[in-house]
Design a protein around this ligand. Structure first.
Ligand code: AMP
Ligand code: GLY
Length: 421
């Protein structure tokens, strides 16, 4: 099968690496890709938000399957355009992608299907939003509706902070919409479920680390490291999350005539064994999938194809009793301003349990250089989480890039008595 992956970050490198190992994969392209992806796929410059251009490329090159990595093309309806053109595609159409693209829509669906989530109200009127914050008090959570690359959420510990978040959202001008919701306590974990209509297959759980610095300090980022599985996602919690949140959501989407197809990434808050929905994403988490791909390897493509082809009911994944961790190496300054184009020296990796996925790299004058905020993902698996952690950190430490930084405490919740190297 000839496959095209859309995207060019660590998520897409992990997917390309897993796909390339599967004998079903003949030719593999990635648009736009990066320097690491170029080692396993042909990278092509394509505007991945332009479905017609992607369809043209696919037709000219005999692409049979398109895997859409990031949320932006999904929210643009690129999956719809490609499906209408007769291609096999992984990823929801524009309507179903609203589960990520609009927080207000997710709240509407959760209410319609009875999925437990934070109590909330949606506002377009600034005065009403401010009055609601005044009545509810802090702590409270303020979310800009719409895709915000992880930056649209303020967990306000004071009412002043919540009002300041509203200042920023309503400064966007007319059309601004805000979801204001109850602050939930508990432990966060992510559940990744492949879904086609109402058929589903769980492909793993993970825990991310969103803050930039050790001890969960500093600004929010796209994610600084993750491990899989998440201890909080016990079989009981997983069953409950499927029964009370994921299945009702899929049924409601199907009932509305906009069935979901792709990966439903449920961000959950778990307290006393009870999961509640924080948010949905409609694509794999980055860097969560780097850890999950390390555990699943080539069978990830089998599961993804079973989803795209509507064969999920009979699909299975074979789990090893193992653990994986990924540590993101980012450019100093990220998530604020940072330099690009800095030379990076990579270590030779002789242990098959370890990989360095590229998140933001390119080749310049024959040399590997940084080309983004998140740049590399040191990823490893092991029989225990501590083993995976030690190997991932050994790989990160061997990278020669003075301009990079990484958190030293990825996995601290799951390894509380065992501080990171
Ligand atoms: P989101 O972009 O919706 O995932 O929000 C980013 C982060 O904000 C989440 O990962 C949570 O840590 C936090 N968060 C979002 N909503 C809530 C909530 N209702 N209660 C507590 N924390 C929240
Ligand atoms: N790592 C969080 C996300 O992909 O949204």
């Amino acid at each position: 099968m000839n496959i095209l992956i859309l995207g060019g970050g660590g998520r897409e490198h992990a997917l390309a690496w897993a796909f390339a190992q599967n004998p079903k994969c003949d030719r593999l392209w990635c648009a736009p890709g990066n320097a690491g992806i170029a080692e396993v796929a042909d990278c092509v410059a394509l505007d991945i938000l332009d479905g017609a251009k992607v369809l043209d490329f696919a037709r000219e090159n005999g692409v049979e399957f398109v895997m859409i990595g990031p949320e932006a093309p999904l929210a643009e309806g690129v999956a719809d355009t490609l499906r209408a053109g007769g291609l096999l595609v992984f990823g929801p159409g524009r309507e179903a992608a609203r589960l990520e693209a609009s927080k207000a829509f997710t709240k509407e669906i959760a209410a319609a299907c009875g999925a437990p989530t934070a109590a909330s109200q949606t506002f377009t009127d600034e005065t009403a939003a401010r009055a609601y914050v005044g009545v509810q008090g802090a702590p409270i959570v303020v979310k800009a509706d719409g895709l915000a690359a992880g930056k649209g959420v303020t967990v306000a510990t004071t009412e002043a902070e919540a009002q300041a978040a509203l200042d920023a959202i309503f400064a966007e001008g007319p059309g601004a919409r805000v979801v204001i919701e109850e602050f939930m306590t508990g432990e966060e974990a992510s559940l990744f479920v492949l879904a086609h209509g109402t058929d589903l297959l769980v492909v793993g759980s993970a825990q991310d680390h969103k803050r930039a610095f050790d001890g969960d300090e500093g600004p929010n980022t796209g994610g600084m490291g993750a491990y899989s599985p998440a201890p909080a996602m016990t079989p009981e919690v997983t069953e409950r999350a499927l029964a009370e949140i994921v299945r009702p959501t899929l049924a409601e989407m199907a009932r509305r005539g906009t069935p979901f197809q792709g990966v439903l990434f449920a961000g959950l808050m778990i307290e006393d064994g009870r999961p509640r929905l924080v948010e949905y994403n409609v694509r794999f988490g980055d860097p969560e999938i780097q850890a999950i791909a390390m555990r699943l390897g080539a069978q990830l493509l089998d599961a993804i194809l079973a989803c795209a082809e509507g064969r999920l009911a009979a699909a299975r994944v074979n789990w090893a009793e193992d653990h994986a961790m990924t540590v993101v190496i980012a450019a100093r300054g990220y998530p604020g301003d940072y330099a690009r184009g800095e030379a990076i020296g990579l270590p030779a990796l002789d242990d098959p349990r370890a990989r360095l996925f590229h998140a933001g790299t390119r080749i310049e004058g024959g040399e590997l250089v940084s080309n983004g905020g998140r740049v590399l993902d040191a990823t490893a698996r092991g029989a225990t989480l501590a083993e995976a952690r030690d190997l991932a950190y050994a790989v990160a430490a061997a990278v020669d890039w003075p301009g990079g930084f990484y958190r030293r405490d990825i996995g601290w919740r799951a390894l509380p008595d065992d501080p990171a190297a």
